[in-house]
Design a protein around this ligand. Structure first.
Ligand code: PAF
Length: 281
């Protein structure tokens, strides 16, 4: 596995490894890698000839500087896991390499980034779009894998690829879960054992909501989920919204043969967790 830190070095490594007619698969990450990331790498390996992974904690997507500071950084461990996973090239740049000057580009995602994560983390998706488009321009992949846990991010990236005509196939990777159902996330590292056990309630309530959804309106299901999760003294729901699973527009009623997704953000202590669940009625 080649470790690179500069744009020139990663591009030279890619050119060298890929040669002619080889498919480049890419998995962008912010490090603190867990099984969930490794499953995205496996998907990239199945769909490409050369796999590149970036490890970069992108400052422009954190609306809260404290959250950026506290974000776990475990680069030596990450390098070991990437090596064991059979990654070809890792790109671990300094901020100055990604942003040689301030990125002042604005991206318009319409309603998509004005609600849920976009509403509660102003500027977050602008930052994600800045770094992801920059990484796409550097790595020039044909295939990129993003986790479905960040469901809204996946929708924003699909729109970015579509609006800016990137010749890239986006492949969603299913959410991996701890034994108790908690969605795997780098942020789980910051939970105490007690909090981790209580955070399992999020998944349990979402699963239960799937089975009752048909008897209630989306608004009633939203209210039910929020109440039920908040009932746990360790958990505080920031939002739970049921939307069309493609456009992410909020819905007022269920229609036959349509698919929906419920996205949730919950504070467990001071750790903010997100998850989602599909509804097909
Ligand atoms: O999902 C993440 O880890 C980040 O938002 C990403 C896509 C690597 C951009 O920094």
């Amino acid at each position: 596995m080649l470790k690179t830190h500069t744009v020139n070095a990663v591009q030279a490594a890619i050119q060298n490894a890929a040669g002619q007619n080889k498919k480049i698969g890419f998995v962008p990450t912010m490090g603190a890698l867990h099984q969930g990331h490794l499953s995205l790498i496996d998907i990239a390996k199945e769909n490409a000839d050369v796999v590149v992974v970036s490890v970069f904690v992108n400052p422009t997507q954190f609306n809260d500087p404290k959250d950026f500071e506290k974000y776990p950084r475990t680069i030596d461990d990450d390098f070991r896991k990437l090596e064991e996973s059979g990654v070809d090239i890792v790109f671990n740049p300094e901020t100055s390499e990604i942003y040689p000057e301030e990125d002042i580009r604005n991206f318009d995602f319409g309603l998509l980034d004005k609600m849920m994560e976009g509403k509660h983390r102003p500027g977050h998706f602008e930052g994600v779009a800045q770094v992801v488009s920059r990484l796409f321009d550097i790595v020039k992949p044909q295939v990129v894998v993003f986790g479905e846990k960040d469901y809204q991010q996946l929708a924003v990236i699909k729109k970015l690829v579509n609006d800016y005509n990137y010749p890239i196939e986006i492949i969603p990777g299913p959410t991996l879960r701890e034994a108790n159902g908690l969605a795997m996330s780098s942020r789980n590292e910051r939970l105490t054992a007690d909090e981790r056990a209580n955070a399992a309630v999020i998944r349990a309530v979402l699963l239960e909501s799937q089975s009752i959804a048909g008897n209630y309106t989306p608004a009633q299901v939203e209210e039910w989920v929020i109440k039920k999760v908040n009932h746990n003294p360790h958990l505080t729901v920031e939002y739970f919204q049921i939307s069309d699973n493609e456009t992410l527009r909020p819905v007022t009623g269920w229609q036959e043969n349509c698919d929906y997704v419920g996205c949730i953000a919950v504070f467990c202590g001071d750790v903010r967790l997100i998850d989602n669940i599909k509804y097909s009625l």
